[in-house]
Design a protein around this ligand. Structure first.
Ligand SMILES: [Zn+2]
Length: 216
């Protein structure tokens, strides 16, 4: 992975300065994939779009915050920053947790696109207790509520959102509905995912297990 600039940004709640790492280029070499969309790629970190301030616990979309400074990768450790409080070295934002996602969902004016993002990430977080576990725990009420809301707002015409609907029905154990949604034409580039989901549905398998199509 080639790191990109590190941005120093300002928290909209407390004006505290925090850092945001970026990537210039990456790849999925050695990556692990799961049917709920989670990817664990050592060469391509998945930087979160919605995070918390490391100082005041306020939450926000990283892209909506003000950039105070951009630090090139090579110079990162060299230049003292005069615009920052000399007593305060900016620290990274706090990675999202269930609470942080829920705080984001409290926004009554949230766009559908942002709601889909937060709820898909929340779904992956709920799935972490079952990820690659032999014993799979039943879904908790908050997860079911999140699934149901996603089923309502996901766009049936968008291929990725359609596949997420299939996955939700599969995880719910509703294989008939999963099969129904999966039926029909899909873009060529999603064939691998479609095949995998189809096989899991046929096997009536609702587990959240790693699926690496090209690994053996
Ligand atoms: Zn803050």
């Amino acid at each position: 992975m080639l790191p990109g600039n590190t941005y120093v940004r300002e928290c909209p709640h407390c004006s505290g300065k925090f850092t945001q790492p970026t990537m210039a280029s990456g790849n999925t070499f050695g990556a692990k994939f799961w049917p709920d969309g989670k990817i664990d790629a050592p060469m391509m970190p998945d930087y979160p779009a919605y995070v918390s301030c490391p100082y005041c616990k306020g939450t926000f979309w990283v892209e909506d915050t003000k950039v105070v400074k951009s630090i090139g990768y090579d110079e990162e450790r060299e230049i003292p920053d005069l615009t920052l409080d000399s007593n305060q070295n900016p620290i990274p934002y706090k990675n999202p947790t269930r609470k942080i996602y829920l705080q984001g969902l409290d926004d009554l004016n949230i766009s559908k696109e942002n709601e889909v993002y937060l709820r898909s990430k929340l779904m992956q977080l709920f799935n972490d207790v079952n990820r690659d576990q032999k014993e799979q725990r039943p879904a908790i009420a908050a997860q079911i509520e999140n699934w149901n809301r996603l089923l309502k707002i996901l766009d049936p015409k968008d291929t990725q959102e359609k596949l997420l609907r299939v996955e939700i029905y599969r995880e719910m154990g509703n294989f008939e509905e999963a099969k129904k949604v999966l039926a029909g034409e899909l873009d060529e580039e999603y064939m691998d995912t479609m095949d995998i989901l189809d096989k899991l549905i046929e096997a009536r398998d609702s587990r959240v297990m790693c699926i690496n199509p090209h690994d053996d």
